[in-house]
Design a protein around this ligand. Sequence first.
Ligand code: ARG
Length: 413
Amino acid sequence: MAHKVILAYSGGLDTSVAIKWIHDEFGLDVVALTINIGNERDFESIRQRALKIGAVDAVVVDARKLFVDHFVWPALQAGAIYEGVYPLATALARPLIAYLLVKEAEKHGATAVAHGCTGKGNDQVRFDVSVQALNPRLRVIAPMREWSMNREDEIEYAGKHDIPIPATKESPFSTDVNLWGRSIEGGVLEDPWQEPPEEIYEWTVHPSKAPTDPRYVEIEFEKGRPVALDGQRLDGPELIERLNELAGGYGIGRIDHVENRLVGIKSREIYEAPAGVVLHQAHQALEGITMTRDAAHFKAANVAPEYAKLVYNGLWFSELHKFLAAFVAASQECVSGTIRVRLSAASCQVVGRRSDLSLYSESQATYGRGDQFDHTAAVGFIKLYGLPLKTQSEVQMLGQGVSPLRLGPGEDA
Ligand code: ARG
């Protein structure tokens, strides 16, 4: 009996050709694994196509809840946004797909897993590194990295082997979609001076098409996880879908970014992530009232960017992630409350926040009546706080016959 390989099967041309190619090239029986992470598709017809091409088995897994609970929410809690703009939709899905591939491989006693990534992107790294971490004995096959077929060759190969070519119309763009966002690259987008054509967008309207009336949304969080919209409790995937629609309808969540890939290339990618953009903003605003200054600053300056980088760079199953995740989990203990946002054309504004655990104290902050802040205490505080500067001016400037009067660092008055 032939050994088995589990192929991450999207139903597209590349992985359809791969079913046949892997079988012929390596003599392996191919089990097709198609994963639903929120990209609306006809999963049953994809499954049937895999079988028709020659897969010995074809499995569809609905992993939307796993995705949100174990990947999206932790990344949101961490404030993980790569290079300050990309909420990491594609990057977060890869370790989950790797996990499901390995799980399926172990179930079938397969000796290998396969994916349709090219040798140029981040995704191959994320898959391969994750699979190695989860089951070092498994071999990873990446046909697109090994065969030298271009698109025309693949179509010819498909014709020759009676492989049904998916009916999707040919697009000059490469896209990746899941609940947390759409990633679009290639075609005219490769010229970073070119404005993205309107046709690439599917989740967001052009800001000029946004309703004129703003829409207010209340987002409730429990320990850093969104649990309700406008008072209605929703499951993670549903909450994200709802918000994608609401915010996308206002043209919120378009991101145009030239990013630094792990493999050293700068590449232009367009993202649509309406819910991601709104939720990150809201979550950050909630931390703003529930987290102490030093903790919030440390998290934002050190933990969040490092966390984003490791997700982007395919190190989900690393020790560093484990340590950072422990910090993040501890940091979210008091991040509960409600954020009110105002959606208008291409803009999401936080306009209200409240929490039973809020550290914001009106009686401390007010300039009006009921001021509880001890103004006299400020005098002593400032005396000690400014002491090092004062001492330096006295000793190193006045003491040396130099006037300390200056406009700034290194500038003489
Ligand atoms: N640049 C993004 C990342 O590395 C998305 C990659 C996939 N993009 C695509 N259009 N197929 O996470």
